[in-house]
Design a protein around this ligand. Structure first.
Ligand code: GTP
Ligand code: MG
Length: 221
């Protein structure tokens, strides 16, 4: 009885700050996306691919969330993005407060597309809005085809799904039809991209979809 109202209060405070983050982003004309995934699914690899292939068309920024280290932000910088690392110090997700402080450290007027890499976790990040325009789930083949069934909350809420590491399909037991059926029940018709950050297969459709989203955002402003 006493715990539920407390959780609701924390989440509504987070939602309010997420709205503020969105206002900050929109004031600067920055389109922002949030990558959520299990540890090791390939979030940073997708950041690297996206940054290196879009940097001649868009100015890219990255906020990287991790429990510890600045390894991922260093990878994003090396790929060509201006980046900020946030260490959560143990928290299993980014929240709107952390992103607010990350935004304050970035030259937003010089960024077109901001990618926020959330902490590797399939549960907690889905409960904390950050103010991003899109939330994107990065699944990967070695995780197994049962993940939509076991982690419905994350699959249900996302705007797009990337299925990474398709180069491993010949080596891993993964029933794509079973996986997609699970996704379809939770998130009917969700935009889905099957790709490999290792071989580059499928990356182009992801990039052109994302670029189109940024262009549509700019055109609507
Ligand atoms: N075979 C294969 N390996 C990949 C692919 N994408 C990423 N990897 C590998 O998967 C491992 C994890 O990749 P990361 O990009 O660091 O994953 P992450 O989701 O950012 O990991 P955390 O931030 O630690 O949660 C690395 O060894 C990558 O080289 C892919 O498409 N195919
Ligand atoms: Mg990473």
């Amino acid at each position: 009885m006493t715990r539920i109202p407390v959780v609701e209060k924390i989440l509504s405070a987070n939602d309010r700050l997420a709205d503020e983050n969105r206002a900050v982003l929109d004031a600067a004309g920055v389109f922002a996306i949030n990558f959520m995934a299990s540890p090791g699914a390939g979030k940073t690899s997708l950041v690297e691919q996206t940054v290196s292939k879009l940097s001649d068309k868009l100015r890219l920024g990255v906020i990287d969330g991790d429990i510890a280290t600045s390894l991922d932000a260093e990878r994003a910088s090396a790929a060509g993005a201006v980046s900020v690392q946030i260490n959560t110090g143990g928290d299993c997700h980014l929240d709107a407060v952390m992103v607010h402080s990350g935004l304050a450290q970035l030259p937003l007027e010089d960024i077109d597309l901001l990618i926020i890499e959330n902490v590797g976790n399939l549960i907690c990040p889905a409960s904390f809005a950050l103010g991003t325009h899109l939330n994107i789930l990065v699944a990967s083949i070695p995780e197994g085809d049962d993940k939509p069934y076991k982690y419905p909350g994350t699959y249900r809420g996302v705007d797009a799904l990337v299925i990474n590491k398709i180069d491993l399909l010949p080596y891993v037991r993964f029933d794509m039809d079973y996986f997609r059926k699970g996704v379809e029940v939770l998130n009917p018709g969700v935009e889905t991209f099957s790709l490999s950050c290792r071989t580059g297969e499928g990356i182009d459709s992801w990039l052109s979809w994302l670029q189109h989203k940024v262009e549509a955002y700019r055109a609507a402003r």
